[in-house]
Design a protein around this ligand. Structure first.
Ligand SMILES: CC(C)(COP(=O)(O)OP(=O)(O)OC[C@H]1O[C@@H](n2cnc3c(N)ncnc32)[C@H](O)[C@@H]1OP(=O)(O)O)[C@@H](O)C(=O)NCCC(=O)NCCS
Length: 169
């Protein structure tokens, strides 16, 4: 079965409360990554209709702190499905609901693996991108997958054909 990227969309909204912040009154990175993990896992589950586990989290740069009392918006969508694994892309914004402005906080890629009832990786639905943005993310997903598999010790750099093609003509 083929599912559209848009079918996996998950939008999560949270309010930053005192227990979520550091001494500077900013949202703690670990709390944000926890919310992102849940939003991304839900997007992955919507795509594959199966339980999933987080296989890896790509590097995250926190561009702008999100202040206490502000709102966090997380939009998560599957970019590409492989055999048992899926890449999920997220955009994160902060919002000052009183002054009424939004600001970009960060974006990230998480990878999830679908599991069968025995806890083993299982095959999943293919994914069809529709919009230009979805197509761009779909195309880049193969290269990002190769980078994270090399970093995770699961692929030899010499086998990463898509990556090599960027540098060797
Ligand atoms: C992720 C996990 C299911 C992979 O299982 P495995 O037995 O190593 O399986 P394989 O090597 O056959 O890989 C299965 C899939 O995972 C992907 N994968 C494995 N390690 C990965 C990594 N570091 N980054 C991205 N994808 C990874 C593989 O590419 C493969 O994808 P594909 O089927 O689409 O080709 C397993 O390592 C695991 O259960 N990890 C713990 C997950 C967890 O508990 N997460 C919560 C945080 S503690």
């Amino acid at each position: 079965m083929v599912k559209k990227a848009s079918e996996s969309l998950v939008v999560m909204t949270e309010l930053v409360l005192p227990n979520d912040t550091n001494n500077f009154g900013n949202l703690m990175g670990g709390r944000l990554m926890y919310w992102m993990d849940i939003a991304a896992a839900l997007a992955a589950m919507k795509h594959c209709a199966a339980p999933v586990v987080t296989a890896s989290v790509d590097n995250i740069s926190f561009e702008t702190p999100i202040k206490i009392g502000n709102v966090v918006h997380i939009e998560a969508k599957v970019t590409r499905a492989f055999n048992s694994s899926m890449e999920v892309h997220m955009n994160v914004w902060g919002e000052d609901a009183i002054q009424q402005y939004r600001y970009k906080s960060n974006e990230a890629y998480y990878t999830f693996v679908a599991l069968d009832p025995n806890g083993k990786p299982r095959s999943i639905n293919a994914l069809e991108p529709e919009t230009d943005d979805e197509k761009k993310l779909f195309e880049g997903a193969l290269r990002r997958r190769q980078i994270r598999l090399i970093l995770g010790g699961k692929m030899k750099p010499e086998d990463a054909d898509e990556l090599k093609a960027l540098f060797v003509k």
